[in-house]
Design a protein around this ligand. Structure first.
Ligand code: ZN
Length: 72
């Protein structure tokens, strides 16, 4: 899956990732299983949940985004 084609306009898509603003910096978004459970300490609970980094492809022409959260 090195070269994706945009399902909307058929142009090439480039690989990237969605950046989150965190306390004092930036972090890449992750996919986590289950539903959102608020946590006083961290915003949402993620301990014990299965998580995968999200790869997001962006169409160079129309800007359409397509995300994948693969298990390595
Ligand atoms: Zn496109």
């Amino acid at each position: 899956m090195s070269q994706l084609v945009c399902p909307k306009c058929g142009n090439a898509m480039e690989i990237g990732f969605v950046v989150d603003h965190t306390h004092g910096g930036y972090a890449a978004s992750e996919w986590a299983e289950g539903t959102v459970q608020p946590s006083f300490w961290t915003g949402v609970k993620v301990s014990g949940k299965e998580r995968h980094p999200i790869q997001t492809f962006r169409c160079v022409r129309c800007g359409y985004l397509e995300s994948y959260a693969r298990s390595e």
